[in-house]
Design a protein around this ligand. Structure first.
Ligand SMILES: *Cc1c(COP(=O)(O)O)cnc(C)c1O
Length: 476
């Protein structure tokens, strides 16, 4: 992950140690080390040219169909971001209007998620969904602990019930905050959670049930309504008031616009908190996420810290402290600019283009589509015939045409299935779908004739996606 053992550093090749300039040769000739800070600086245009040239070696974000994260914003949004780069978001007393904007966005989201009109929703901006998930689960852990203490019951064995379709942040939370993860495995014909499996895993030490609206693996959704019905019944029968936290990182900006009748949000009684990534289908650059609680009572006051040393009294509920204001303001810009109809039009278009590609791939007879439910605009396919080549080889072959399309193995007990995943974003046009389709078909043809490179090792690399899934599987 990071360099560098200093001793080894002395031994590495010259080209690893110093820059070999390209265009920046126009500005300087001296040797510029890569891993140690020079005594002397350099002119601004030289530093710019050097950094700029190096970053050209990154992949092309427009051809990156691996990631959900926004790669383009309007000039107006960039202007707002640029004008506010120098404001530390956490200085609420100094920048009260920026805080006010955050609160408005939280209110807009709570309404978008149908929070009950007789409750006061609260929430916060975060760096992304990962921080938001951790904060949401912390709140539920705290509430559970207080309730157990009040009953004179032990508080040393909290657990968290979720499916193997969760993002790695859920397992991170369990590990970092010492909560037993109870992960319901997938099956070869089921890639989401079921209410029945939840029923088998909950008990009075369950701090929360996690459900995903749009999983990173297949883009499907957990059966949130059924899980809610189960937990409402459990509350009545056994007195266990188990909240649901919805991970709407990707789905939170798609479902409300294209599937408004799907009940996945605060319309369901046990759904107490929802997170969403502003930098995914919220259409804002990274990093911005949001966490919304159904009711202020769902966020324990103990977890809110008041800080007074920046002037005024400032309540904070975050894991980190300082961060930029730009993306909070950019989210507000998008809400003003697009309105609900703008988001609806964009999401509908993205979904249509994803479906178009899915249908074309299916029509070849070579691919099986895993996410027929189409909650998210992603295309997850497996190869029907793996005797000649695998999705890993196909993914590597597609790199030759510039496409970054990840291949990965599903978590247990569906690990016999390997898939290729294409995430459609706003920039994914029909032309682009056609081009990608053509390149996939050509790549399959070449691989079928033995013109690929063997990438057996890549199978191990599925964690490059950032969705490492070392699940500890539990019986259920
Ligand atoms: C992307 C994603 C996350 C992590 O979100 P970040 O905003 O990248 O921190 C969590 N859960 C799901 C379902 C996701 O798709």
């Amino acid at each position: 992950m990071f360099l560098s053992k200093k001793t080894k550093y002395e031994k590495i090749r010259d080209s690893e140690r110093v820059h070999t300039s390209t265009y920046s040769l126009r500005y300087f000739h001296e040797r510029v080390p890569k891993h140690e800070m020079r005594e002397e600086g350099m002119p601004a245009d030289a530093a710019y040219q050097l950094g700029h040239d190096e970053l050209n070696l990154d992949g092309n974000p427009s051809l990156n169909v691996a990631s959900f994260v926004t790669t383009w914003m309007e000039p107006g949004a960039r202007k707002i971001i640029d004008e506010n780069l120098h404001k530390n978001f956490i200085d609420h007393d100094e920048y009260p209007q920026t805080s006010e904007v955050q609160n408005r966005v939280v209110n807009m989201l709570s309404r978008l998620y149908n929070s009950p009109s007789d409750k006061v929703s609260v929430g916060t901006s975060t760096v992304g969904s990962s921080e938001a998930v951790m904060l949401g689960l912390l709140a539920h852990k705290w509430t559970w602990k207080k309730r157990q203490e009040a009953k004179g019951k032990p508080t040393d064995k909290p657990n968290l019930v979720m499916g193997a379709d969760v993002h790695v942040v859920w397992e991170k939370f369990a590990k970092y905050f010492d909560v037993e993860p109870r992960i319901v495995p997938m099956e070869v014909d089921r890639f989401v959670l079921t209410a029945e499996k939840v029923a088998k895993n909950i008990d009075e030490n369950t701090i929360c049930v996690g459900a995903v609206a749009g999983t990173t693996f297949t883009g499907q959704s957990d059966p949130i309504k059924e899980i809610n019905e189960l937990l409402v019944k459990v509350k009545k029968d056994k007195g266990w008031d188990i909240p649901i936290h919805i991970d709407g990182a990707s789905g939170g900006f798609v479902v409300p616009f294209v599937h408004p009748d799907l009940e996945w949000d605060f319309r369901l009684e046990q759904v107490k908190s929802i997170n969403v990534s502003g930098h995914k289908y919220g259409l804002v650059y990274p990093g911005i996420g949001w966490l919304v609680f159904r009711d202020e009572a769902d966020l324990p006051e103990d977890l809110i810290f008041d800080v007074n040393y920046l002037g005024g009294d400032m309540p904070t509920f975050t894991l980190n402290f300082s961060k930029g204001s730009g993306m909070v303001l950019a989210q507000y810009y998008n809400f003003l600019r697009l309105g609900r109809s703008g988001y609806r039009a964009i999401m509908t278009n993205i979904l249509d283009n994803a479906r178009y590609l899915a249908e074309r791939l299916q029509a070849t007879g070579k691919f099986g589509l895993l996410n027929a439910s189409k909650v998210l605009p992603i295309v997850t396919v497996k190869l029907e015939d793996t005797s000649k080549f695998t999705v890993f080889e196909l993914s590597a072959k597609l790199r030759e045409t510039g496409w970054i399309v990840p291949a990965y193995t599903l978590p247990a007990n569906a690990q016999s299935i390997s898939v290729l995943r294409i995430v459609a974003k706003e920039n994914f046009s029909r032309d682009m779908a056609d081009l990608l389709y053509k390149d996939i078909v050509n790549a399959c043809e070449a691989l079928g004739q033995g013109k690929g490179h063997k990438v057996v090792k890549l199978i191990k690399d599925k964690r490059k996606l950032g969705h490492g899934h070392e699940h500890s599987h539990i019986a259920c």
